[in-house]
Structures are given as structure tokens and as C-alpha cells.
Design a protein around this ligand. Sequence first.
Ligand code: ADP
Length: 458
Amino acid sequence: MFKRATLAVKLMLAFLAVVALAMGAIAALVDRSAAQHFEDYVSVSARPRLAASLPALADHYARTGSWAGVDALLEAEFARGKGHGGQAEDGRGLQPVLADAEGRVVYDGSGRDVGNVLGSADLRRAQPIRVGAEVVGYLLAARGAREQGFIDSLGRSILGWGLIAGVVALLLGALLARRMVKPIRQLRDAARRVGSGELDYRLSVSSGDEIGELGAQFNQMAAALQEDEQLRQRMMADIAHELRTPLAVMRGQVEALLDGVFELTRENILPLHDAVLLLGRLVDDLRDLALADAGRLPLEADEVRIDALISRVTSAYEHAASDKGLSLHVELAEPLPPVLGDAQRLEQVLGNLLSNALRYTPAGARVVVRGWCDEDGLGFSVEDNGPGISPEDLPHIFERFYRADQARARAAGGSGLGLSIAKRLVEAHGGELTVRSELEVGSTFAVRLPKAPQNRPY
Ligand code: ADP
């Protein structure tokens, strides 16, 4: 049942429990020490009066050999003032208690304690009754009615104040609990709203304590969720858009062939083939990106010679460059030391940069691939003197599906994923991919790899 109680109720009950415990402890302490002091006081002040009766009591025991019939003697001894119940009591309210040698009470004014054994504190206060050397009993003074009355009223007033403190604690607890619980409730409601899809909902955070920090963290989390969701939606729209183009080409071509508009010739099947290739590339790129996002892009860690890699990749593009009327040059500073990495993935990066340079650079231009090494690391760059990228586009070109010149880039067969994949791959090698570009001057894409790369596990 307690589990289901609200936080406010739990807090109030906790306050109440603390107050009850504190008041209980104080009451017990006060009661004990007041009783102790009174008893000490009574026993000290009664000592001479009790001592005066010891010979008569010893005499009674010596004569009879027991405490039988001692009641009359005690009542006669302490007869100067009678207690309310007729019990022995002297003029100042002193009531005698007599116990036998074992400490068992044989007489007490009220008769309530007869038969009970005295505690060690009582025995310490009591005066022994001796017959010869033998202790035959103990005599002590009981707590008087007035003292008892005072202790009782003390107990009652502690109880009264305890109740008042309890009520105040409850009220204070309720007030405090309300203040503390309010932001938690707001957080709960916010979590509910964000959880049900209201991703733009934010908490207003005013305090700087832990709950305020929790609220700020929650807002950050909601913002990240919203950004992820927007990214996912944009990604889905982009993918659908990218698939539509090659599919439309394929559909148009196939329908024209089926309807007999086009003859089934090699030339008429070529656009179909290109569209299939484009689709295949898009699917491969998407798979690489998905693996990189999930942190599961598999990377081999081998020694890779960057100079050999540059020669291999460049020679594969030589034909395409000369077909387009571009001059392609390689400049290697000196034999480069090997790096630890995945040769195939690094080839993919250089291939992507090189194919971009060839794709976006007009005939007659010049493309230079450089390999270099300095104190911090080594790497390669691809420089062209093509049209360059505008300053507005430059910060976005590593984003997925971003194309600086939509129509030209798509017509050139680009998916808009090449650079974002290349960047991921280089970063997975512990390196960085940067770009410098100026309109009408050209672009330089540079890959820097650490000499001793820390390969991340993807
Ligand atoms: P795409 O598959 O469209 O080439 P990328 O991610 O490889 O996609 O490139 C993103 C965009 O960056 C391209 O669409 C193009 O506009 C621009 N870009 C990339 N390389 C160059 C370059 N060498 N010169 C001019 N623009 C470039």
C-alpha cells in the first residue's frame, strides 16, 4: 500500500515519523531522568526517617523469624500521618516499602507491588535490615503521590507538545512536499507528452538544484529526440526521392520497349543499365551509412602504403580523365611511410574524391592528387581547378543527400552520399577530411591520417 502512496504522502509520513521518534526519545529520557532524580531525592531525604525504624523492624524479625505481621508495626511506626488509602505514610508523605532478604516486596503502602522483586537501582537505594551480621530485609521509601503527580503531569505535557509538534510537522511537511513534488510532477507530465510523440514539448526550468538539472537534461534529451526524428523523416523522404529517379527512367524505358515505341537494341537498353547501376550504388551507399551509424562498419587493420594506393586508384581513373579531356597528375613528396588501416576503404575514399573532381570539373581543367607526410601525420589530397563550391554550400557538402547543384549533380550520377560516407570512413581511421574551395578557382579535398591511427571498432 505504501508503495502506491504519492511522493507527497511519503514525505509527510517521513516527517511525521521523525518528529514522533524525536518526541518519543525526549519523553523517555525526561521521564527516566525525572523519575530517577525524584527517587534519589526521596531516598536521601527519607534516609534518617527510615533509619530510625530499622531497629524496631530488626527486632520484629529477630523475634518472629519472618516478616509476617509486620504491616501493623510499619503502620504504627509511620502513623504520624496516614496516606489516603490508610497506608503507612509519615507527615511529609513518606511511604515505606519493605522487602525480604531476596528483595521480594512484603509490604508497600498500596499493596500493588507485594510479591514483586526489587530492581537493582531500588536495592541500591534501600537500607538493609540486619539481625546480627545477616541481612534479613530491605527498607526504602516509595515515590510519594505528589512526586508521582508531577512526573505524570510532565509526561502529559510532553505528550501534548509532541502532538502539537506532530501537527506542525505535518503542515510543514505538506507545504514542503508540495514544493518539492511540483517540478517532479511537471517532469512526469513532460515525459508522458514527449513519449506520446509531442517532441517539441519543453519544460521551463527555473531552479538550479538537482531537479532543475534533471529538467535541463530532459529538455536536451527531447531536443535530441526531435532532431533524430526530423533527420529520420528527412532521410526517408530523401531515399524515396532518390529511388524515384532511376525507377522512373527504368519504367519509362521498359514501357517504351514493351509498347514498341523503342526497338530492343543495345542503345535503348543502356539507360536501363545505367539506372540499375545507380540503384545498386545507392543501396550500397545506404548500407555503408547505416553500418557507420550503428557503429558496425567493419574495418580491416593492415599496413597500407599510401603512395601505392594513390598510384592504384589514379591509374584506374586515368582513362575516364582523358575521355573527359582532363589532365590528371600525381605528386608524391617522397616515399610515404605505411599507415594502419583498411586499404579497400581508403581506396573508396580516394576514388570518391577523384570521381567528384572528374565529375564536376569541365574539360581542359587539371586535377592533381598529392601524397604528403609531415610530423603529425600523412595523407592525400585531390585538387581541381573546376567551378568550386559556393560559401553557402560549403558547410553542407558532407551532409547526406546534399548536392550543391542539384540538377548537375544528379545528372552526373551522384547520389549525394559520397562525401558523407568518405568523411565517416576517414574518421573511423582516426583521421579527418577537410575541404577548401573557392568559386571559379577550384576545390581541394584533403585527407589527414594519424601516423599511428587509433582504429575505432567500426
Ligand atoms: P554526389 O554523389 O552528388 O557527388 P557527394 O557527397 O560526393 O555527392 O558530393 C556532394 C556535393 O558536393 C556534390 O553534389 C557537389 O555539388 C559538391 N562537390 C563535391 N566535390 C566537388 C568538386 N570537386 N567540385 C565541385 N563541387 C563538388
